[in-house]
Design a protein around this ligand. Sequence first.
Ligand code: DX5
Ligand code: ZN
Length: 217
Amino acid sequence: MQKIVSPSILAADFSNLQAACEMINQSDADWIHIDVMDGVFVPNISFGFPVMEAIKKHCNKFIDVHIMIVHPEKYVKRFADAGAQMLTFHYEAAENPQEVIDLIRKEGIKVGITINPDVPVAVLKPYIEKVDMVLLMSVFAGYGGQKFIEESYTRLDALKKMVEELNPDCMIQVDGGVALDNAAKLYAHGANVLVAGSSVFKAADPVGMIRRLLEEC
Ligand code: DX5
Ligand code: ZN
């Protein structure tokens, strides 16, 4: 499967999101990753619809939205209207994950499901055939700049096995602490979409870092 880097705007300078979008536009990244946090499902609050709409205005890449919110079912349409082309919700935050999947499908956009590092990957089994992407969190959702959890490789192996058996077209995304020192290993263990926040935006040359995450890994 094609390798994709999805730079996370959470690590950008929020006082100049237009510049961050333009950097991503001119880079080899195919996607942009947008993290929405509600202060309830996770302890942190990031931003909401108006900011997403501003990003949509300036970014011409595929809009990959990761929602860390309770009651995802209530907001599916709002996220689709705000520009989401892939909407990834947390299994733990949904009372009825199948209902959320159906609502996202109804909007005609791609659907992703994700779990935090303390949730067994086996819970995803009933949903693998129903989604376009599974996101394996390699840090606890809530903050950028955290250290990559090494146990993620074992979890990734188990997930890859399930995906191969049940839905080989399903993409596998990894999010949290992704950088040059682990990207190659993550691709080798079956990931094809890597989210990169701090490693890209704190780099002296973010466009060059995106290229390296694709070409050198
Ligand atoms: C964390 C977010 C991540 C975050 C990744 O809850 O889901 O997308 O932006 O940031 P880094 O790459 O800095 O770990
Ligand atoms: Zn994310």
